[in-house]
Design a binder for this molecule. Structure first.
Ligand SMILES: Nc1ncnc2c1ncn2[C@@H]1O[C@H](COP(=O)(O)OP(=O)(O)OP(=O)(O)O)[C@@H](O)[C@H]1O
Length: 200
């Protein structure tokens, strides 16, 4: 992937990388994502090694919305999966602030519980919260994505865009500091995408 494919929504601006992981805690508290010289290759069934990402470097400050832009197959999803921890880079250095959440391109891969309420609460199970805290977080997250009235809805009755909003609500409920969204445009209409920019 060429770094020119990384764009902030308002302004293309890439600062040079300046810290290493050992100095990060003191020097760059406000950095959300930083990767340096990330490489990723896959081994094909024919035994060939195919490079997908070559020396990809990225630095994103906290509190900003950035989009990865580029042609089909250039490596956007691969990079996002590496940032999410779903893929391990072949080499390179990587820091992603926690907690982080990843929303799949296809919400059917993520929205798995029987009801909307159960699905948004799913990730909270490991956080040791009281029932009332869980209910409050679920309620606020659903409100943020405009899905409050769907609390008891069976997830299989939702549209693709509604499922995607439920998946995003699950991420917001976990109070993630980094939200990684793959192909926001697959199911969400323009107005939903616009609203999402303000609900974090
Ligand atoms: N397991 C794999 N084996 C072989 N090639 C792979 C594998 N996984 C990904 N690729 C290739 O890596 C490249 C990058 O894929 P990726 O899904 O990251 O692209 P993308 O930029 O997100 O594409 P799109 O815009 O079409 O979603 C593609 O050419 C893809 O075919």
């Amino acid at each position: 992937m060429n770094l020119s494919t990384l764009a902030r929504t308002s302004l293309l601006h890439l600062s040079p990388l300046r810290s290493t992981s050992s100095t990060r805690d003191n020097a760059t508290e406000s950095v959300a994502i930083e990767g340096r010289n990330i490489n990723f290759s896959v081994n094909t069934r024919q035994g060939k090694i195919v490079p997908i990402l070559k020396d990809c470097s990225i630095r994103i400050p906290s509190g900003q919305l950035w989009m990865l832009l580029g042609p089909n197959g250039c490596g956007k999803s691969t990079l996002l999966k590496i940032l999410a921890g779903l893929l391990t880079p072949t080499n390179g250095a990587l820091y992603v602030r926690r907690p982080k959440s990843y929303v799949f391109q296809n919400p059917d891969h993520q929205v798995v519980m029987p009801t909307v309420e159960a699905d948004v609460a799913f990730g909270l199970g490991r956080l040791n919260l009281t029932n009332s805290e869980v209910r409050s977080r679920v309620s606020k997250a659903l409100e943020a994505v405009g899905m409050s009235e769907y609390l008891q809805r069976p997830v299989q009755t939702l549209s693709g865009g509604q499922k995607q909003r439920v998946a995003i609500a699950g991420a917001l409920a976990e109070a993630c500091k980094v939200l990684l969204l793959d192909e926001l445009t697959t199911f969400l209409d323009e107005s939903d995408q616009e609203k999402l920019q303000h609900c974090g």
